[in-house]
Design a protein. Structure first.
Length: 85
């Protein structure tokens, strides 16, 4: 799931904006990942994804269509709930 979102974000950073349905698809996948990580089993996996999620947040910040804001909010929510720093 995270690889899908990372790849879509990287594609946008390299080639420019796509369209709203594209970003909605990425947001939906990130939402599924966040829901999984918020489960008891998923929370144990969070440390394995934490650095990648932070990196994703940094890359997505300049993307339009509200996508950058969505990624930032989702990652910050996960950090507040599951982070240990």
């Amino acid at each position: 799931m995270l690889t899908y979102v990372e790849t879509g974000t990287q594609f946008t950073c390299e080639f420019g904006d796509i369209n709203e349905p594209f970003y909605e698809s990425l947001e939906s996948m990130l939402d599924q990942l966040a829901k999984l990580l918020k489960t008891l089993e998923g929370a144990e996996m969070y440390p394995d994804f934490q650095d990648r999620l932070r990196s994703l947040r940094g890359r997505a910040i300049a993307v339009g269509w509200g996508y950058g804001d969505y990624v930032r909010e989702t990652v910050e929510d996960l950090e507040a709930l599951l982070g240990d720093d």
